[in-house]
Design a protein. Structure first.
Length: 275
């Protein structure tokens, strides 16, 4: 919906919906060619995700996450599109995000260590897009977004500090990626603005409440007021600084928005468990 304000958007989905102008499979070449007629940019969000691991065959992950991404990008080039935004995931960092003795500091410079077929196929799709961007002069932006789905409010609120993001902020990042597209391939971590610093890594793993009291006193106060427990440890921090600097992106919906949505009864936030 964010893109509809400023662009003529054609939506393709495998299921009928209010935003699906074309309904069908992402691997249907004829369907893609029809959808791409006159398009100057593509936003590619279709994928199998973590909940599908162990349920959907690995070959299906390869077909949807890798092969279909490659084919879509090539068809976009043939159709004359010059910009391609790929919705990727911070999950692809795998075990690299959680070194153990201290909280992982995750940004674009960290080398991924994928653990599941989901991680591997999203990373493989990025690699293919980088090659296509170079060979076909297609401007590709990969947005590695963090957690963005309803969870219990205390969990979700803390996640907004280090590994979660609001869907509206993700939409804004996609719009900015389209508007600022230049040649070549680029990737950005898209996550909520964090108050933490690299030097907090050991403290977050060993005594997160102490670090939270120092870096996020307003959240601590809110948790005390609501009778919620702070997490004992925080295992990773996703840093969106590069996206903020190069895209001019500013995540607006932080932990305060989570609490507000909970109080308003929004279905986007789940109530606390055991309360």
């Amino acid at each position: 919906m964010r893109l509809c304000r400023e662009h003529e958007v054609v939506g393709l989905d495998q299921l009928p919906s209010s935003t699906a102008d074309i309904v069908g499979d992402i691997a249907d070449t004829a369907l893609l060619k029809r959808a791409l007629r006159g398009a100057d940019a593509v936003v590619h969000t279709a994928a199998l995700h973590a909940p599908h691991v162990g349920i959907v065959p690995d070959a299906q992950f390869e077909r949807i996450n890798v092969q279909a991404t490659r084919d879509l990008a090539n068809l976009a080039v043939q159709a004359g599109a010059t910009r391609f935004v790929f919705t990727s995931t911070t999950a692809l960092y795998g075990s690299a995000a959680t070194p153990g003795a201290k909280a992982g500091w995750v940004d674009e410079s960290l080398a991924p260590q994928p653990k599941t077929v989901y991680h591997r196929t999203k990373l493989a799709a990025e690699a293919l897009l980088e090659v296509i961007s170079r060979e076909a002069t297609l401007a590709v932006t990969s947005l590695r977004m963090s957690r963005c789905f309803p969870e219990p409010a205390p969990v979700m609120a803390v996640y907004r500090l280090h590994r979660g993001v609001d869907a509206r902020d993700v939409a804004e990042a996609h719009a900015l990626a389209l508007e600022s597209a230049s040649s070549g391939f680029r990737k950005f971590v898209i996550s909520g603005a964090t108050p933490f610093r690299i030097e907090d890594a050991e403290g977050l793993a060993g005594n997160a409440p102490a670090v939270l009291e120092h870096r996020a006193p307003e959240l601590v106060e809110a948790f005390v007021r609501r009778g919620w427990r702070l997490p004992k440890a925080i295992d990773r921090v996703y840093s969106p600084m590069l996206a903020m600097r190069e895209l001019g992106w500013r995540p607006r919906h932080d932990f305060r928005e989570v609490l507000k949505m909970l109080d308003e009864g929004s279905s986007e936030v789940l109530p606390p468990r055991n309360h």
